[in-house]
Structure formats: structure tokens, C-alpha cells
Ligand binder design. Sequence first.
Ligand SMILES: *[C@@H]1O[C@H](CO)[C@@H](O)[C@H](O)[C@H]1NC(C)=O
Ligand SMILES: *[C@@H]1O[C@H](CO)[C@@H](O)[C@H](O)[C@H]1NC(C)=O
Ligand SMILES: *[C@@H]1O[C@H](CO)[C@@H](O)[C@H](O)[C@H]1NC(C)=O
Length: 509
Amino acid sequence: MGWLRLQAVAAVLALVAGAGCCRGFEFHEATVDAIHLGFSNGSLTSAALVQFYLDQISRLNPLLRAVIEVNPDALRQAARADAERRSGHGHWTTGALHGVPVLLKDNIATRDALNTTAGSLALLGSVVRRDAGVVARLRRAGAVVLGKASLSEWANFRVVDNGWSARGGQVRNPYVLSADPCGSSAGSGVAAAADMAAVTLGTETDGSILCPSSWNSVVGIKPTLGLTSRAGVVPITPRQDTVGPMCRTVSDAVHVLDAIVGYDALDAAATRAASRYIPHGGYAQFLKKDGLKGKRIGVPNGFFAGYGETQLRVYKQHLTTLRKHGAVVMKNLDVATNLTALLVDLGSDEWFAMQAEFKLSINAYLKDDLLHSPVRSLADIIAFNNAHPVEERMKDFGQANLIAAENTNGIGSVEKAAIRRLKELSANGLEKLMKEKRLDAIVVPNNDASGLLAVGGHPGIVVPAGYDEQGMPFGLCFGGMQGYEPRLIEMAYAFEQATRARRPPMFKP
Ligand SMILES: *[C@@H]1O[C@H](CO)[C@@H](O)[C@H](O)[C@H]1NC(C)=O
Ligand SMILES: *[C@@H]1O[C@H](CO)[C@@H](O)[C@H](O)[C@H]1NC(C)=O
Ligand SMILES: *[C@@H]1O[C@H](CO)[C@@H](O)[C@H](O)[C@H]1NC(C)=O
């Protein structure tokens, strides 16, 4: 993997860049705001910061396997950011992510030394045509691309153990090593939790940011559909795919969100539609300590059952905290007359539509987004897996979903009917409830509302909420309607500041 050579280059560059640097700066769990203070008062350089995360990765990755690849160019990018800041050239050096190392989920394309493989050996050796839309924005903001985070292979469409991929191996949860880290953005969540990157990006189709954020005690933002470009992201379905931040604090996540939102000609329809939601002056203005004041928050029935005593007690305290900070908390609301039936119907229609959409979009990605590739179609991937049964653990996981997708034949009348039903279920469920009760948000545990949010393209923010008897983290999710990011950020930030529930990982067995 060139790991040793990389470490040698890193050590030399760090000696050059880091000489005499960084007395007094607290690297451990540094926030984006602290990093900027460090840059401006001379106690920190971007090169020293990158070196800190490279050291964290070489120390922790053999255990956690959160990172698939580190960027051999990261220290050079950091040195360039340091030089830009020293010379004071360019207004961009004041941007929140300038010189800040970002780790990207391995389904987000980078046109550089890093591979983009969605964790699969089938895509190793493919060359992407260009950076993903969000990566282009990060580079313009002066961020440093630190590397690629591991994930559940094929972003979970090939249903494998959470956090396992042929390239990355099994990602582990840094709180409870034997516990499921959740997927598919497992590596991004774990790397953020264990301080292996300043900030990370994940992607979500249904739960893939919200779940690993909850279970690894980090903040995850699943944005409104189209707020962030999906161009250059290995797809599942354009109807639900989103890219969003996974970070240790709400403030860090919001700085990342500010850097990656906006129109992209290569994902034109969705990003144009959502760009009307982007507030003038960005999202950081909504980091308000009193952000809960006057907010109407619904607690839907049926979601808080089925959790252990500790979690239910903590969640109950949190609802009291929301009230104490000025929110109107409305309990016992029904999302639908029969929630179980709604979720079952959503799930089956969603899955049905997704199979046909996945085939169309993955074939388009393999054909159009790659300059070279050993595989150019879903059929090629299926053949690749059959030819590499040991490496791809075919006995354990198979590829039934890939085959079911391959057997679809475009969006016909049956698929159209399923998509129409999804719209109706969303309109008659979450959207109706939120309108009728004039809600600013619903709150639910973890990713339990991810399906409701996914099918309507609605946003959600999950914030660390506590730990169970075994030390396993759980989160509280604020979900809203399309474009509700400003008020969700207000509530999430005020909740985080009021509870300060997150603790660094404990590495229990
Ligand atoms: C500079 O800011 C950092 C950032 O938080 C702080 O830890 C450090 O003590 C400050 N150093 C000086 C010399 O002011
Ligand atoms: C990308 O994959 C190739 C193998 O195809 C490997 O040699 C190379 O080291 C990988 N790049 C990085 C940055 O790890
Ligand atoms: C709700 O729907 C589920 C699944 O269809 C069904 O098993 C259950 O009996 C229904 N509950 C009520 C109260 O109608």
C-alpha cells in the first residue's frame, strides 16, 4: 500500500513544516474554531495538524480500520495552505475550512492519487473523470483532503455486515470494540469519533449518516435532497442520495455544510431546486445558544418504545431539557393512523423502486463518470464478485440485491406506481403531521425516522445524547421538512450546548 514510504515522506515534511511550531495548541479533539484561532495566533500550522491526524491514523487504524487510504499529497496541500495564509494572499484563506484536513467516504470521487472504490475490489484501478462536486467545493475552500474513509461495501446496496468492505475490512466502534459501528458511513463516523480527522463526510440514502453518527457519538447532518451535489458520488438512487458532514460538534458540522452546499451543473435539477433554501450569509449564523426558544417539537408515538431503561430515562430527561430551554414539546403525536403499517409500506415500496433506480444510476456512473475502469456495468460487478468469491466473502453475504437490481428493466409502470405511493405516504405521514401541528421538528432516537426523512428528501441532524449500560452511544435526531436546516441547526446546537453529552471514545472490549 506504500504505507511505509508515505510515513517516511510525512516525517520529513513534518520536520520541515513543523519546526518550532505549535507549543500550547491542544490538538486532541480540536474544533474548527480552535484550529482557526491556532492558525491566526501562530500556535498552529496546517502541516502540523495533518501530521497529528496521520499519526492518529497510524496508531488507531490497525484496530479501528476506519481509513482505507491516506492521501500522499495531504502534507503538501497543508504546506500550501500555510504558505497562502502567511502571504495573506486571497480572501479564501479566511474561510472556515481553509487548511483543515477532511476525510471523505470512499464513494466520493477524488481526481488525485486516491482511489474511489466504494470499498469494493471491483473498482480498484478505475480512474474518475473529475472530483465529486462536493470535493471541488472543499478544494476551492482550501481544505486538505486527508484520505478516504471505509464503509459498508457498495454503500450497503450489497447487504454486508455493517462496516465491512473487501478493501477496508471490518470497521470497529471505538466505544465498544465488539459492537456494530453501523453503516454505511462507518469509517467516517468512527474516524470523527476517534479523532482521526478534523472533520469527515458521509453519504446517506436511508440512515447511512444518521445511524453511524448515533452509534459512534458524533453529530451527523443528513441535508435536504439536492442541497449538496451528488455528482461524482457512487450512487444508489438520485431520489434519496445525499452527502453530509459527520463531526464531533454541531458547529464543526455546520462549517462543513457551509462549504459543500450549492448549485452544481452536474447535478443540476436537484441542486437548483434546493439552492433556494440556502440562507444568505450561510448556516453558521444559526449556531445560537437560545435556539430552542419558542420551537415547536413533536414527539411521535411508537419511536421511543423498545429501548432499554437507561436510554429511556436519558431520553426523558432530554425532553425535559428541551422544555426548560423554551421549546414547546408535544408528545403522543401520530405520524399515521398505523405507524407500523406506514413503515412497512414505505420500506417495501422504497426497496422496490431503489432496485431499478440503482441499476440505472450505477450503470451511468460506471459508464460516464470513469475514464478507465475494470468494470463498466452492474453486470460486470456481479461477474467480478463471482470471480473473487473469497475476497468478496460471497459465502457470507452473497449479492442477491445486486442480482435483483440487474434483473430490473428501467422505471416502468410498476416502479412509477411505487414511487407515487412513496410520495403519498410521505405527504399523508410526516408532512401532514408537521403542517397540522405547525412543528419545527420531530425528535426521535438515532436513525429511527430515517425512512420517513429519506422518501420525502427531508433533512435530519443527529446529536450525541448518551451511553447505555455497556457504554454504547445513542443519539437524538431532529428531523424536519425540506429546507428546515436553519431551525434544525438552532435546535441541535442549543441541545448540544445544554446537554454536552458527548465523551471521547472508551475503547471497551
Ligand atoms: C492560540 O489559540 C489556541 C486555540 O485555541 C490556544 O490553545 C492557544 O493557547 C493560543 N496561543 C496563544 C499564544 O495565544
Ligand atoms: C490506489 O490503488 C492502487 C492499486 O490499484 C495502489 O497501488 C495505490 O497505493 C492506491 N492509492 C493510495 C493513495 O492508497
Ligand atoms: C397496523 O399494521 C400492522 C401491519 O400491517 C398490523 O399487523 C397491525 O395489526 C395494525 N395495527 C392496527 C392497530 O391496526
